[in-house]
Design a protein around this ligand. Structure first.
Ligand code: DGJ
Length: 732
């Protein structure tokens, strides 16, 4: 059992292979957090918590004359409300009598095999051969009988703990839940912690920022109704001297696709507290007697082996424990060509067949018909919501078009944007009340479109039914599921005035129900997510989509940063990346090498390529297949940080058995007559002899040399050259 309860000491220890997490039920039945870090045996770690008379911090009434017991200074698993803890908190609830108070104390707990699940929200699952145990610990407010169940699933081998919180109203009056965080993590010493996050913007998602904690609340959040381009629901906390290869590091990833919040506070005593969950802004949920409210899951990992190891823990877990699709491992994903940057809205069935024919010679295996095939959709002013084929464009009908594409030996993919509606659409004309629009006001338009009230059951049913009808009408192999605006005008015509604060979360729950009804019912279709690029690229989405379109920005050099940032949390096999016509000064081979740091594909008009370019693409497509397993399932190492003034950017994939590796180097700033640049490999076996090939080398050399002495990178090369170094262990 990965979870050990000591009834005498009242400690509960959660053990993964390399970490321990400990809590203790204290004298007053508050649940104290004692430790999260490298493995420690089952001993009581309460000695770590010291108590002092902390002026102005107050003492719970039943601590009697005990002036040293202040919740303001004690590490806890979940916070109270108005019990003298003035730090950021896990819960804000307004009780039926109007008071804002929650004083949760230990009530019970249970431990069982397997992972927890949540109502209507995605969670990770135990894969074959995984050891997973769960702790459910209930705390209760004795006056209101509001209970919070703290859920912890311990994925032993993966070194991941999945947490969540469930509010249960066991009282006899409704409560208003104004804030509920999924995780609360207290650090007794936060003085030397750095915070890493992935901020960005449209076209520049998941850049990297690292900052020291200072004495205020650091807030990483999205209030956009989607997890957003601007912040990803991920943060890492680490020691100031932690780097890629060494040092303590904690990663937290929220499995939620709507507005989220992560706060970290360095308090007056240099303790740090982290909370993460649904954004409490514009949020107010009524929980009636007997009802539950589930807050989404958070995935946490700890390592003292630096940032690369933290990423490996997440990558491994994302590949194994989020998505059961056969395309995760068993079936290789085809190389696709997408019509968006090739034709935008200007295509018809003939043009698609022409692109497919030309692309076949590039080694492309699937054509994806992007936006513009349905309703009256010739630009972005109309048609969204009408999920019927536009017969002015697809004159032969969808079934026949797909048949023609299949006859070429190619697969067929299609695009949808389910959550949106154009005012110029039959759907809007029939159901104007299905959009989110606040009475008496006009809804905000964005890309000329409005947002459907996805929290409404009839809207969900319409989308499930109309989209499934299209999917079942032809031999469709792939779907790109897009959303092209943020959510505003939170309002639902089917909710009473006092429940409008639920709209933001109901939207997300509704979305998951729609995806259950479409994606989970089509296990043979490969689904890729998209939100104007990577605006909703999050771990919850990856339980549905095995890959996510990283960005609408297909400029290869920008993608170097984007892949680097994304890689802190996401494995290569989840990042959509295509070769496009953008940045003509960058050679095709370099574009392809960069796109191979993702789910390789093309985004251009194949009919316009020269023969020479088609041949170059074919070569690169072959390389994608050759290195598929290495790239998709190997350990990924960041070798050079593109956010620093570097002359080259490099990354590496190493097979689990360390017998094979691929190092990719892109020269971004090689000055005339400059110094020699070296790249140092990582993750190889030091004493193994390897055959190094590529970039002008063909030599046998030890792992030690490759890692410690490095590889000199050729200098006199055209700008933006890429080198692929293939490294293979000798069978000696
Ligand atoms: C945004 C996506 O990111 C693009 O790839 C494309 O699908 C457009 N939407 C279509 O409207």
């Amino acid at each position: 059992m990965a979870i050990v309860y000591n009834p005498e000491k009242r400690t509960i220890s959660l053990h993964t292979a390399k970490t321990t997490y400990q809590m203790k039920i204290g004298n007053l039945n508050y649940v104290k957090h004692l430790y999260y870090g490298a493995t420690i045996p089952d001993e009581d770690l309460i000695y770590l918590v010291r108590r002092y008379d902390r002026g102005f911090s107050g003492n719970p009434y039943d601590s009697l004359a005990e002036r040293t017991f202040s919740l303001d200074a004690q590490p806890q698993e979940f916070t109270t409300q108005q019990q003298g803890d003035f730090r950021i908190n896990s819960i804000e609830v307004q009780n039926a009598d109007g008071s804002f108070s929650f004083n949760g104390r230990y009530k019970s707990h249970r431990i069982y095999h397997g992972a927890f699940t949540l109502n209507g929200l995605p969670t990770a699952f135990a894969a074959e051969n995984d050891t997973v145990d769960t702790l459910e610990l209930v705390i209760e407010d004795a006056v209101t009988k509001v209970q919070v169940t703290l859920l912890y699933s311990v994925f032993e081998e993966a070194d991941i703990i999945m947490r969540a919180a469930r509010v249960h109203n066991a009282g006899n009056a409704a409560i208003q839940l104004k804030r509920i965080m999924s995780v609360n993590m207290d650090y007794m010493n936060g003085r030397n912690l750095d915070l890493l996050s992935l901020p960005g913007r449209y076209g520049q998602e998941r850049q990297v920022e690292r900052q020291p904690l200072t004495h205020h609340v650091h807030k990483i959040r999205s209030g956009r109704g989607i997890s957003s381009h601007q912040q990803n629901p991920f943060i890492a906390l680490m020691d100031r001297n932690t780097n890629e290869d060494a040092g303590a590091c904690y990663g937290f990833a929220l499995m939620y696709s709507g507005s989220f919040l992560a706060e970290v506070e360095l308090d007056q005593y240099d303790q740090a507290r982290l909370v993460m969950g649904i954004n409490d802004r514009l949020f107010n949920y009524t929980v009636n007697p007997g009802e539950d409210f589930d807050a989404p899951a958070v995935l946490m990992t700890y390592t003292h082996k630096g940032l690369a190891k933290m990423s490996h823990n997440f990558h491994h877990f994302f590949r194994n424990n989020l998505n059961r699709s056969k395309f995760v491992r068993d079936v290789q994903r085809p190389i696709l060509i997408n019509t968006w940057e090739a034709a935008f809205f200007n295509f018809d069935d003939q043009k698609l067949v022409e692109i497919a024919k030309a692309a076949k010679d590039m080694g492309v295996e699937m054509i994806v018909m992007d936006d513009g095939w349905f309703g009256k959709r010739d630009d972005d002013n109309s048609g969204l919501g009408d999920w019927v084929v536009n017969e002015n464009k697809i004159r032969c009908g969808l079934t026949e078009l797909v048949r023609q594409i299949n006859d070429l030996g190619m697969k067929f993919g299609i695009w949808f944007e389910p959550e949106m509606v154009s005012e110029d659409s039959d759907l809007f004309r029939a159901h104007p009340d299905w959009v989110m629009e606040i009475p008496g006001r006009r809804a905000v338009r964005s890309r000329n479109q409005l947002v459907l009230d996805v929290g409404r059951k009839e809207v969900q049913d319409y989308l499930i039914e109309s989209i499934n009808r299209i999917l079942d009408s032809a031999n469709i192999y792939y779907v790109k599921w897009d959303i092209n605006r943020a959510i505003t005008d939170l309002w639902s015509n089917v909710l009473p005035a006092d429940r409008q604060g639920e709209v933001t979360h109901r939207y997300v729950l509704g979305l998951y129900r729609i995806m259950d009804g479409i994606i989970k019912t089509h296990p043979d279709i490969l689904f890729e997510g998209c939100a104007g690029g990577g605006g909703r690229f999050d771990p919850a989405m990856l339980t549905y989509f095995i890959q996510y379109w990283s960005s609408d920005n297909t400029k290869p050099l920008d993608n170097l940063k984007l892949h680097y940032g994304s890689s802190f949390l996401y494995p290569i096999c989840t990042m959509g990346a295509h070769v496009s016509a953008a940045s003509p000064m960058v050679p095709l081979e370099t574009k392809a090498a960069i796109a191979m740091c993702g789910t390789f594909g093309y985004e251009l008009d194949a009919t316009k390529l020269k023969k020479k370019e088609i041949r170059a693409c074919k070569k690169m497509s072959d390389l994608y297949h050759k290195y598929y397993d290495l790239n998709f399932f190997g350990d990924y190492y960041r070798l050079a940080n593109p956010f620093e003034q570097v002359n080259l950017v490099a990354w590496e994939s190493v097979s689990k058995d360390k017998c094979e590796a691929l190092v990719t180097v892109v020269t971004v700033n090689l000055t005339v007559n400059g110094p020699q640049e070296y790249i140092h490999c990582k993750g190889l076996s030091p004493n193994t002899r390897y055959h190094l090939q590529g970039g002008g080398y063909d030599l046998v050399i030890s792992g030690m040399a490759l890692m410690h002495a490095g590889i000199p990178i050729p200098r006199e090369v055209p700008e933006f050259s890429a080198f692929l170094y293939h490294i293979q262990a000798l069978d000696e």
